[in-house]
Ligand binder design. Sequence first.
Ligand SMILES: [Cu+2]
Length: 173
Amino acid sequence: MKHLIDSKYVRLAVVIVLGGLAGFLFTAFHLAPPQDRSITITAHKYAYDPPVLQVNRGDRIHLHLVAQDVTHGFYLEGYNLEAKMRPENDTFWVRHPSQGGDFEEVDEVSFVASRPGKFRYRCSITCGYMHPFMQGELIVRPNHLFSTSVGLSMGLLLGMLLVFRPSSQGVKK
Ligand SMILES: [Cu+2]
């Protein structure tokens, strides 16, 4: 039993798991910490600029909405957010549809991208004949899977280096 626990394979497994855990914690909390992102979306007939937004899960989005030509709307799926913007206005109007409130004038709306996935945003105010095609996409990337796989690879590498390096042969206590 004792030589089983002492065997290099058990030590390898322990090192891989510890390395994997360390790698996971490192990538989860160091490489991709939640960020504050200031994002301006400009609406014009019949598109949003940028058309696609990519953020990481957990990021706090500070959104500023601008209309370039005529009054446009902005409805973001999945995040209960609706807005309307008028040209030549630094401010815009926001409401949270599921809470049934009125539009409120703001110069920024912020929210945490807590739900991973793809969420369409589209114009909610008829602005012309191509209005139904005016939409964009918010992509919220989950970074959990990435962190775990990087962590396990690091653990495997670390384990190989520590346990199978030539100099460790026969240096048992
Ligand atoms: Cu529109």
